[in-house]
Design a binder for this molecule. Sequence first.
Ligand SMILES: Nc1ncnc2c1ncn2[C@@H]1O[C@H](COP(=O)(O)OP(=O)(O)OP(=O)(O)O)[C@@H](O)[C@H]1O
Ligand SMILES: [Mg+2]
Length: 353
Amino acid sequence: MSTTSSGIRFDSVTVAYDGNVVLDALDLTVGPGEVMALLGPSGSGKTTALRAVAGFVRPASGRVFLGDRDVTALPPHRRGIGMVVQQYALFPHMRVEDNVAFGLKARKAAKAEIRTRVSEALEMTGMGAYARRHPRELSGGQQQRVAIARALAVRPDVLLLDEPLSALDAQLRSGMLAELARLHRELPDVSILYVTHDQVEALTLADRIAVMDKARLQACGTPRELYRAPANAFTASFVGNANLLPVTVGAGGVSFGEAEIKVDTGGAAAGASATLCVRPHLVGLGDGPNRITGTVREIQWRGATHRLYVDVAGHQVMADVRELREPPVLGEAVTVHFAADDAVLLPAGVGRD
Ligand SMILES: Nc1ncnc2c1ncn2[C@@H]1O[C@H](COP(=O)(O)OP(=O)(O)OP(=O)(O)O)[C@@H](O)[C@H]1O
Ligand SMILES: [Mg+2]
């Protein structure tokens, strides 16, 4: 399958419905061959961003580029895009092969070409043997593959996937995740914008993740960057678990309740309120640097770890502790600690609701 690299660029794209801004001046670039996950809660504007790229919604302002082509005014069928919509609606009365051929017929491709491309797309998605079936004769995962085959059949430069796995159960989903990763290895030039609200999908598939909330882009970076050094509390809580402790900046560190914590304050003004982010698996039980004492409120055994919820002056600190032979009991006073390097100071703010 031959494709040309292009990439996607949102240049300050704003979309409004009835004067209600649901996508607010989005600036985002997806490089040629890059997989970008768009991660965010329901209603944050993810589907809207995709629809703006596909041409199903017209921005109130801003421009959409595919490669160096400004496509803002182009109709959807002239954009060279494959899209799998959120409810991957296959046409129920059409056989699999006709579903996959749909976009090609709409583009008035020659019969022979349609035949080649349909069988090629079905082979790529492992659905070669199902061409004559109707959607109702397929499992959810198989229907999903057909929806992806249909998007691939037009040999898009850009593939838009809107929560393509959300209808599948956990096991099928992880199988399809691996398939999507393989598909992308086979089509290394295709840029993929992948909408999800599942952080595991985003962390698994994406080269970079764009985190959306309330119509705005909150952060964008590699999964590792967002996990290790989130830009704000929302991102920290949306990409992985996070303790978000309200702290006050002091000299050479912060104070959290009674505890003094050494951490790089990055020039934050003394006396300012801030949020300290520490991942639960980096919090250890027992004495150490940056120790905090509190009371065990809850203990959950999670197989490989115990998750302790420790109440510290009305705030909750989560610690995921491995190999805990004798876990503390509820109500017990415990000390937890973490390394200064494992804490990141963020602007004051709360995580996801
Ligand atoms: N056609 C429309 N008319 C009016 N409002 C709309 C329309 N489509 C979407 N919206 C609103 O725009 C906002 C963003 O919707 P969008 O579908 O982009 O969210 P999303 O991030 O994809 O959410 P989800 O995870 O639930 O799919 C929502 O508040 C939604 O109600
Ligand atoms: Mg959506």
